[in-house]
Design a protein around this ligand. Structure first.
Ligand code: FAD
Ligand code: NA7
Length: 588
């Protein structure tokens, strides 16, 4: 009975209709059993047929499900679908997957719909990265870097009399124009590939079928053999009085029609720190309210240094506080807001006045209102994330998921793109290459950029044990910073090596200018199995920051004066002796 139950459960979860003939309840059950034995050589139940093809008992049915043949048999049903593939979500992952599937000759539809923020902000095709993520963020970071470059330029001989000011409207308009051109480009590329694009909200209504509701509320229904869910995430709110009425999120910031003025940023992860960094960089008065630590999940030594650099460069921090209410004192663009916050460690209550409050306290997966439960796709109750196997397949075999909504995977554009492309190639090409989620590089674009690949020191200790790790680190001074006299001994790099495995580099971390450009190269080397020895053998490019680990081995400092070198080394050595887990091969 248990096996029969299991098989029924399987077909239910696949959303497949089935007919169950209970032999013990049929008058001629024993005759049918004999006929089945003659036909299939199997007398036991369940005895499963799909579209007239014999599959077998419970084990064989589950085996067929695992190797995909069950799905093929189900797909061979005479049912014909409107599309081979429907992709829900036209962001980084969804666009990459749909374009690849179309290139492989499939009939594809993409649906993308942006629900406006509580303040009414909306945007075009392309998803988070292009509209309200990586692209505007990096461009505004660049605006801040240019401000710093202006300051440096006098030391390089540039003379100018006029007072230099930053104009928010000019920056926003030019960035939004560029984004508009990208939105247009995506639409054109979908059309060029004969992909049907609908600007409509999609939800599953029954197996293999979605409802699409457009901006005017018009409903249409479409079916497909396979579905890819790539609906991404949206900013979370604080759930305190006044947050949705008066606060903005990153979804509003980049197209804000006025300069935000004196700003409170709530949250301390990368979205929060990056936004705080560039707002301060363009000259605004910025405070960050930090509940506990900087950059949860990242290497904490690096995170602390990135935060400290911000602190010494004009960003204020309210540490160990959380807001409890936001009240409007005066409407306007910007208006005036009063924020009340309480300490996480004592009864202390504080209040402050700001023009803008930017909430960056995490993001929620857009998976709760898309009818997953109607077709049996499981998602995590806590965060809505969708668990998938190593082929991005959900528990319902014809439904796949990619990008930010995946459980336990990286929330990064290149990861979503890679997963989407490879998935389409596996489904419709003859590839079996899976997305490799290990050693994914990333960069936090704080004023001092932080690039990393592989394990943080904390995670490496958990994975390998402190006694099996060698951690090399160095402070460095970019050549370009010397003449303008910018901070010495602030840029920092470290590598974490597994002593048990030929000192293989399992973690790379760098804090300094162009950290993203540097980290990308190290990521490739780590993919090839980089070891400390190979790193030492590699000749650097001089004078660059990337040579930090090559021209001089880790533990050395360069372009710095002896006094601060010694001080830096003393600090490093103190940490080493205190914690008893780091090795620094220092020499001058
Ligand atoms: P998304 O790009 O979010 O696309 C999902 C799309 O689906 C959206 O357009 C959404 O509106 C739509 N949608 C949702 N539900 C439905 C539905 N039911 N029907 C139709 N359409 C729907 N990553 C980096 O790699 N580098 C960075 O520097 C970086 N910076 C970032 C900065 C910020 C401020 C933020 C918020 C994110 C940043 N990211 C960065 C992360 C990156 O943007 C995401 O990892 C990436 O966009 C995820 O792609 P996706 O395809 O999973 O989802
Ligand atoms: P994260 O990485 O989920 O971080 C959330 C941050 O917000 C973190 O610093 C939290 O502090 C803080 N937080 C969470 N809730 C609160 C409340 N109630 N009050 C104050 N502070 C709070 O979110 P991000 O938005 O930065 O990034 C999410 C992803 O989006 C990221 O991976 C990118 O790919 C894009 P904590 O450390 O928990 O104390």
């Amino acid at each position: 009975m248990f096996f029969i139950f299991q098989v029924k459960e399987l077909f239910s979860s696949l959303g497949s209709e089935y007919l169950a003939l209970e032999l013990d309840q049929c008058d001629d059950g024993s005759i049918i059993q004999e006929v089945l034995f003659e036909m299939t050589g199997q007398r036991t139940v369940p005895n499963v047929f799909v579209n007239k093809t014999h599959v077998g008992g419970c084990d064989k049915t589950f085996q067929a499900q695992r190797d995909g043949t069950l799905q093929q048999l189900l797909d061979n049903n005479t049912v014909s679908y409107d599309y081979d593939l429907i992709v829900i979500g036209g962001g980084s992952g969804g666009l990459a997957c749909s374009k690849e599937a179309a290139s492989l000759g499939k009939k594809v539809m993409v649906l993308d719909y942006v629900e406006p923020t509580p303040l009414g902000t909306s945007w075009g095709l392309g998803g988070t990265c292009v509209n309200v993520g990586c692209i505007p963020k990096k461009l505004m970071h660049q605006a801040a870097l240019l401000g710093q470059a202006l300051k440096d330029s006098r030391k390089f001989g540039w003379e100018y009399e006029e007072q230099v000011n930053h104009n928010w409207d000019t920056m926003r308009e030019n960035i939004q124009d560029y984004i508009g051109s990208l939105n247009w480009g995506y639409r054109v590329s979908l059309r060029d590939k004969n992909i049907r694009y609908e600007n409509a909200y999609a939800e599953f209504v029954e197996p293999h079928k979605i409802k699409a509701t457009n901006r005017k509320g018009k409903e249409s229904f479409y079916t497909a053999g396979k579905f890819v869910v790539a609906t991404g995430e949206r900013p979370r709110y604080l759930d305190i009085p006044g947050d949705k009425e008066f606060c903005i999120t990153s979804d509003d910031l980049f197209s804000l029609s006025y300069c935000p003025g004196k700003t409170l940023v709530v949250g301390a992860s990368y979205v929060a720190l990056e936004c705080a960094g560039f707002l301060a960089g363009i000259g605004l008065d910025v405070t960050v309210m930090v509940r506990s630590i900087f950059l949860r999940g990242f290497d904490q030594e690096m995170a602390e240094k990135a935060g400290t650099y911000m602190e010494t460069h004009g960003v204020k921090f309210l540490k160990k506080f959380v807001p409890t209410s936001v009240e409007q004192l005066e409407p306007g663009t910007p208006g005036r807001l009063k924020v009340i916050a309480k300490s996480t460690e004592s009864d202390q209550v504080i209040e402050g006045e700001y023009n803008t409050v930017l909430v960056a306290v995490g993001r929620d997966s857009c998976t709760r209102k898309i009818g997953l439960e109607r077709i049996g796709v499981k998602n995590k109750r806590k965060n809505g994330k969708i668990p998938v196997n190593d082929e991005e397949q959900t528990n319902v075999p014809y439904v796949y998921a990619i990008g930010d909504i995946l459980d336990g995977k990286w929330e990064l554009t290149p990861v979503a793109i890679q997963a989407g492309r490879l998935l389409a190639r596996r489904l419709y090409g003859d590839s079996n290459v899976k997305c490799d989620y290990i050693n994914v590089p990333t960069t936090v674009f704080t004023p001092m950029e932080y690039g990393c690949c592989g394990y943080s020191e904390e995670k490496a200790i958990e994975a390998f044990g402190a006694e099996n790790l060698e951690v090399y680190h160095t402070l460095f001074w970019p050549l370009e910073w010397t003449v303008p006299g910018r901070d010495n001994n602030q840029c920092f790099a470290k590598i974490i090596c597994n002593k048990d495995d030929y000192e293989r580099v399992v973690g790379f971390h760098v804090l300094g200018p162009n950290a993203g450009e540097i980290t990308q190269g190290y990521a490739a080397a780590m993919k090839c199995g980089l070891t400390k020895e190979k790193l030492d053998e590699t000749i650097g490019i001089h004078p660059t920051c990337a040579e930090v680990s090559s021209t001089r081995p880790f533990g050395y400092q360069f372009h710095s004066n002896v006094k601060t070198d010694l001080l830096g080394m003393f600090v490093v050595f103190s940490v080493f002796f205190f914690l008893g887990m780091k090795t620094c091969q220092a020499a001058l």
